[in-house]
Design a protein around this ligand. Structure first.
Ligand code: PMP
Length: 296
């Protein structure tokens, strides 16, 4: 049984219980981060804590834990479970207080961390690529619930995910209210056209992905020109290459969008070079064996 970190204790999953009056449950009043551990070592936890700080500040919430304590708690969770290639999901809710939106009576945030093995068909997905569908539902406007906040209210993404599953696609893609590309339900989106790497600028309304930054860093290393800009719908279908990025998927090629073939119908060569570079960065930083870079 999976072992879970709950408010300082590691407990079996069936003992990891939170109050029904917890505001995370009642209102989605909380934030989260998903990190990746490679061979049991967390990749760039500090970068996740910076984003966590931004999310917490945006929802007017403070926590009593330092970055170092959060890292140690995640490491402890990884060690408590057998899987070493895993994602580590850290959730902080505002905890229990008087029922009602006013959070003043909430004194103790709830901290839950669990780890899960990464799906073992990733190499196959990387090789073959996946399909996406553009969702009818649009990404929250940044002046409503800003998608830059990684918060526990994920319904916007869940609705798009349900739509994409109905159409048989692997991932749903959001447009914003202006009709330009925003992001995937759990990923950022990149395209390549005429050798230039393009991704929606942060002000298009999206999560500032840790992997998004990593891919931009890899592109700089490889001297691939990068443009963070507004991307129109038609540009997706006309892309030479299209890919998704996330902590758990790394770089995942998209071979069809709304059932239309993208590029050659297989993950493209620049996407694959970027993925290899990303893997080398991870391998060097975490001092993993060199064989790690040859992933496919
Ligand atoms: N956008 C959304 C909405 C996400 O949920 C995620 C996954 N955390 C991403 C983008 C990718 O972010 P990251 O690279 O930090 O995993």
């Amino acid at each position: 049984m999976n072992r879970i970190y709950l408010n300082k204790k590691i407990v079996p999953e069936n003992k990891a219980l939170v109050s029904v009056l917890d505001r995370g449950f009642l209102y989605g009043d909380g934030v989260y981060e998903t990190l990746r551990a490679y061979k049991g070592k967390l990749f760039r936890p500090e970068r996740h804590w910076q984003r966590l700080d931004h999310s917490l500040k945006s929802i007017y919430m403070q926590i009593p834990w330092s970055h170092a304590e959060l890292t140690r708690a995640c490491e402890k969770t990884v060690r408590a479970n057998p899987h070493q290639e895993c994602l580590v999901r850290l959730t902080i809710s505002r905890g229990v207080g008087k029922v009602g939106y006013d959070p003043a009576s909430c004194k103790k945030p709830t901290l839950v961390i669990f780890s899960l093995p990464v799906r073992n068909d990733m190499p196959e997905l990387w090789r073959k690529g996946v399909s996406v569908a553009v969702a009818k539902v649009r990404r929250n406007h940044p002046l409503t619930l800003n998608p830059a906040i990684k918060c526990s209210n994920c319904l916007n993404g869940i609705l798009a995910k349900i739509e994409s599953l109905k159409s048989g696609a692997f991932e749903g893609i959001f447009f914003n209210l202006d009709g330009s590309l925003a992001e995937g339900t759990i990923s950022n989106v990149f395209l390549i056209k005429n050798g230039v790497l393009k991704t929606p600028a942060l002000d298009c309304g999206l999560l500032d992905g840790v992997t998004r930054s990593l891919v931009i860093e890899a592109a700089h290393n490889l001297k691939v020109p990068v443009r963070q800009t507004k991307i129109r719908g038609s540009e997706i279908y006309a892309a030479d290459e299209l890919f998704l990025t996330s902590t758990t998927m790394e770089i995942l090629g998209v071979v069809a969008a709304d059932k239309k073939k993208i590029g050659g119908g297989t993950p493209g060569p620049i996407s694959q070079k970027l993925h290899a570079e990303v893997r080398q960065i991870i391998q060097r930083e975490l001092k993993l064996p060199e064989s790690f870079s040859t992933f496919s």
